[in-house]
Design a protein around this ligand. Sequence first.
Ligand code: GRF
Length: 223
Amino acid sequence: MRNSPFTVVVLISGNGSNLQSLINRKISDKGTSYEIAAVISNKLNAHGLKRAKAANIPTLVIDHTRHSTREDFDAELIKEIDLFSPSLIVLAGFMRILTTSFVNHFKERLINIHPSLLPLYPGTNTHQRALDAGDRQHGVSVHYVTDQLDGGPIIAHASVCISPQDDAKSLSEKVLANEHLLYPEVVNWFAQGRVRLEKHRVHLDNKILPPNGFTFERAPKSI
Ligand code: GRF
């Protein structure tokens, strides 16, 4: 049992629906073990900032355009995040490529959610790429962040079926509904001390997970 609260800092760039799912889980499930210490955005107009303020969570904007190099921006970000001494840094639609120094600084405390069944489709435009490939399944993955883009050890994934009627928009909605269930669940696992990385392999409840992580199966409901 932990004595101090398990705090997370959430990094966003946009809508923040995943942030909202983390907030909602705290409200709907009193057994949820994490506290959101702060939300940091690299964009002043990110809608997620409004969601954080509505939930009385401290917010901060660090505008990347005011920094001449990626290293400068990441150094500022590290400094600000460290002020909260978070147990975990949660990337939730944070649209920045992070430097190796940033990733190393938060080693094993940095996770991301990516809208594909990794290792398929790292990078952007994942829904259209899955459709173009004629895939029958698509989904979402939560992974540790390393300096390989969307390439760190996978903690968990949830799949959705692609139907012949799907386009990129309908598919992204299906996937997002799963993201909103998966991410709070995984963050809560961390808060309960159930996840760890050992020799590049993810362990959940002291059991080694397969390379594509834990398979999350629950009927999606939207938030
Ligand atoms: C999500 O699809 C997430 O997987 C990806 O960026 C999107 C962010 O959406 N990394 P939101 O800002 O949480 O609504």
